[in-house]
Design a protein around this ligand. Sequence first.
Ligand code: ZN
Length: 245
Amino acid sequence: MQKFNHNIKKYLNILGINENVSDIVPNLNGENDQDLQTCKKRYIDSSAYLNIKAPYIYCFLSRMSVCYTYAIDTMAVDDKGNIYINPKFGARDITAREFLGVLIHETFHILNLTFPRRGKKNPKIWNIATDFIMNRDILADGYELPKMGCIPVNNIVTIPTIIDPATGLPFTCNIENKSAEYLYDEIMRCLKDQDQGKDEDDTVNVGDVIYDTVSRKYGVVTSIDAKGNVHSKEITEAEIDKHLK
Ligand SMILES: [Zn+2]
């Protein structure tokens, strides 16, 4: 046990988590704030529970500092290991069991090295990918999480707002035994294709020279109707220069 604790301390030191420097100044309604008191009690109860049931999580959590603040909407963690908790969210928007689940989620961001693993990835998409993977494991361990957020159902991730160009259907991905890197790459593949499609559509104007990949013929755009259909007049390869501005 001594050795285990020592290793974790070393690990936290490498991450700079012993600094406990908070970027967000506590922004509270005073010590009489009932939600704040409920949150503090839920935090102590959750810590005590993890100390007995999941000591490896508790080892990390106990070395992270907590900042109660209304400056953020829900619960968050930074790369220095500070956990931020909005008292209203922690006390009223979620249950005590969900509070425990979200607290584990924030600890997992540090335990799973999600900040150093991010590298040059898109931060928003990387956060979504890591949230889904960590929540999969938290739910598999029998903990509860709020219904909103990145919750996989039976190891399936569904993101209705992203269309998979391979299927033309909303994005779905089986994340059983998969890493956050895998899910990130899958989401980015769909976003990349969607962005490219949009760019191509946006750049077509009257007078542009276009190439029809089906008929393999060149054309110059004569009009674009209200539905976005492009009408063109066929031109030969030799005539292209004449039409380019
Ligand atoms: Zn998260």
